[in-house]
Design a protein around this ligand. Structure first.
Ligand SMILES: *Cc1c(COP(=O)(O)O)cnc(C)c1O
Length: 377
């Protein structure tokens, strides 16, 4: 069996040693020493300031909306945020959960990120924010998005769940917007089992968020405002510290696999166009097939051979009834119908990637004699 992704388990001895420390201290949560160390190490590794660790990437989004007051009603009515329909469901559901209506703009058919040109028509007096996604770690048109935000007085929260370590012209992509959020779920390239982080532009917003993740309590035990419990614990931080130590070698391995896929498939399949200056953290290998029928066939065929290929992200969120969209996003619908993500994780063998590519060719061109025509693999 080859799953589409596999959680990375770091060096066990190192993890055991950190867990030993936790046992000695008997300090399990509430901004413990490992959470503090991980915060400092991540700020350094990522090249950011004002980073707050939280329990998961969905709460990271929710806390960011709250800290920036995006959830406040406008004249007694639900606020709105313009977002992308081409993302994991958490982007839209976190808005809905906070009582913010998601308005789905559309994506650029090449980069698959929110197209700023599709945003303006959706903005109303109740719109408080833009929530774009750097999808598959590809940098959004942040200049175009910021221009709209400035013109209409909107906050910008980037869902940067896929962006661990991604830079644009040498600068972390997490440094854009009023806040950017990360997910450290077990299936992401850097993980803390469950976990996430928010990177705020302003220190004041970080201080508000620190209260919000701890029941709204200020230094003492007095509630300043209603909060929630979104704290990361020491065991999560221990896992994170160990995974971080192996991050560079994992990224290297992923990169090698990614390039193998790329050289075998890029001449026949449309791949995501990476934004100029944006580095790749090799989190995913997405590609588009010619139509939905080809997707269904490939997923079924390789699934029968124990190879997990995911239709990711599908369906386009503007078509999901519970998100209550009253507009359609044709570019996103088209990409969502035709996209697949291929298996990619640090422990995947290069020979497995060769085998997967051969099987893909065989499904796409059943009449070819594989040995004669594709010996180049
Ligand atoms: C994984 C993911 C999330 C949710 O993060 P969790 O840590 O699983 O809560 C949000 N947005 C996107 C784009 C994601 O891929």
């Amino acid at each position: 069996m080859i799953p589409v992704t596999k959680p990375y388990l770091p060096n066990r001895k190192k993890l055991d040693a950190l867990i030993g420390e936790i046992y000695e201290r008997n300090w399990l949560t509430n901004n413990g020493p490992l959470v503090q160390t991980l915060t400092a190490r991540l700020e350094e590794y990522l090249g950011v300031e004002n980073l707050l660790l939280v329990a998961n990437g969905t709460l990271a989004l929710q806390i960011a909306y709250h800290a920036l007051n995006i959830h406040e009603p406008v004249d007694g009515l639900a606020p709105e945020a313009v977002t992308t329909p081409f993302s994991f469901a958490a982007t839209a559901s976190s808005l809905r959960w906070e009582g913010i209506k998601p308005l789905f703009a559309d994506i650029d058919p090449q980069t698959w990120c929110l197209d700023p040109a599709s945003i303006e028509a959706l903005i109303t007096p109740r719109t408080r924010a833009l929530v774009p996604v750097h999808v598959f770690g590809n940098f959004c048109d942040v200049a175009g998005i910021q221009r709209l935000a400035d013109r209409f007085g909107l906050k910008v929260v980037y869902d940067a769940a896929h962006c661990f370590g991604v830079k644009s012209f040498g600068k972390s992509v997490l440094n854009f917007g009023d806040a950017a959020t990360l997910s450290f779920h077990a299936t992401k390239i850097f993980h803390t089992i469950e976990g996430g982080a928010i990177v705020f532009k302003r220190k004041e917003d970080l201080e508000i968020a620190k209260r919000l993740i701890n029941f709204g309590l200020s230094g003492g035990s007095k509630s300043v405002e209603p909060g929630v419990n979104a704290k990361m614990n020491e065991f999560q931080a221990a896992m994170g510290l160990c995974v971080l130590d192996e991050m560079d070698s994992n990224m290297q391995k992923r990169g090698d696999l990614w390039h193998l896929y790329h050289s075998a498939l890029s001449s026949q399949y449309q791949l995501q166009r990476r934004t100029e200056g944006c580095t790749n953290n090799f989190g995913y290998f997405p590609m588009l097939l010619e139509d939905e029928g080809a997707v269904v066939e490939l997923v079924e065929n390789l699934g029968n051979d124990g190879i997990g290929i995911r239709r990711y992200f599908y369906p386009s969120l503007d078509t999901v009834e519970c998100f209550g969209s009253d507009s359609a996003s044709p570019e996103s619908q088209d990409v969502a119908r035709r996209i697949v993500c291929l298996p990619l994780y640090a422990g995947l063998e290069q020979t497995s990637v060769d085998m997967i590519c051969q099987k893909i060719q065989k499904v796409a061109h059943p009449s070819l004699n594989m040995n004669a025509n594709l010996g180049g693999y």
